[in-house]
Design a protein around this ligand. Structure first.
Ligand code: KIV
Length: 273
């Protein structure tokens, strides 16, 4: 069945995602950062759209997710929310907006919710950020956690390689996941960790576990849209399945346009007033 033929057209809620896990139904999540792409993504049947801080890389060409600002994330999330009818929209809290203290975290979280009308927020980290997570949840804002490879901490770890391969880091990740569930998070993204560890976390927790490079036993999957559509180049991690080669399609189409303009073939008589 094509994704856009998803029969349940009701707006997806955090409660529905937990129900999907209980019913054994997989959750499909993708990133989007703009109106036009979000309209296509939503129409194609994706359950959750993440306005990821990967916008920093994909939309702005930065090397890391660190430089993107709160204002810029709000700009992207507003555009996405305007387009979406069915999917749950989650917005990433960017680096530096929730780590200083709980008061600053909750006031930034409230600003994102008020200005973008998105449905939920995502924060990277475990017990270190628990006070901020609790304060934001207390304000009635749903939170998705993010453990494993946490790109906002790239300068601390120095590499984007697979995380939690060693026992101590795996045990911390399991404890963090339980702490986030107990605090009241509605889902957790697990990025680039061994499949067996993700499977264990998914089986121990009642909230959905959404994997990226975390194997097939998670309750759902997420990918960066520009990667899965084959727009980005020079990024080919093992976990990435490319569903299209838009880079080639776009390059060919644009090259064709350039040729037509240069040769005076575009516009023709039917394409003018
Ligand atoms: O910012 C992002 O796109 C993400 C996904 C990789 C999960 O956090």
């Amino acid at each position: 069945m094509a994704g856009y033929l998803v029969d349940d057209q009701r707006k997806v809620t955090t409660h529905r995602l937990i129900q999907m896990k209980q019913e054994g139904k997989k959750i499909a999540m993708l990133t989007s950062y703009d109106y036009t792409t979000a309209q296509i993504t939503d129409g194609a049947g994706v359950d959750v759209i993440l306005v990821g801080d990967s916008a920093s890389n994909v939309m702005a060409g930065n090397w890391t997710t660190l430089p993107i600002t709160l204002d810029q994330m709000i700009y992207h999330a507003k555009a996405v929310v305007r387009a979406v009818k069915r999917a749950l929209v989650i917005c990433d809290m960017p680096f530096g907006t929730y780590q200083v203290n709980e008061t600053e975290a909750v006031s930034n979280a409230i600003r994102i919710m008020k200005e973008t009308h998105c449905d939920a927020l995502k924060l990277e980290g475990g017990v270190e950020i628990l006070p901020a997570v609790k304060k934001i949840l207390d304000a009635g804002i749903p939170i998705c956690g993010h453990l494993g490879l946490t790109p906002q901490a790239i300068n601390k770890f120095g590499t984007y390689s697979v995380r939690a391969k060693e026992e101590a880091e795996a045990n911390k990740l399991i404890a963090d996941a339980h702490a986030l569930e107990e605090a009241g998070c509605f889902a957790i993204v697990l990025e680039k960790i061994p499949a067996k560890l993700a499977e264990r976390v998914a089986s121990e927790l009642t909230i959905p576990i959404i994997g990226i490079g975390a194997g097939g036993k998670c309750d759902g999957q997420v990918l960066v849209i520009a990667d899965m559509l084959g727009m980005t180049q020079g990024f080919s991690p093992k976990f990435l399945r490319r569903y299209a080669d838009l880079n080639t399609i776009m390059t060919d189409a644009i090259g064709h346009y350039v040729e037509d303009v240069k040769e005076g073939d575009f516009p023709n008589e039917n394409e003018q007033y």
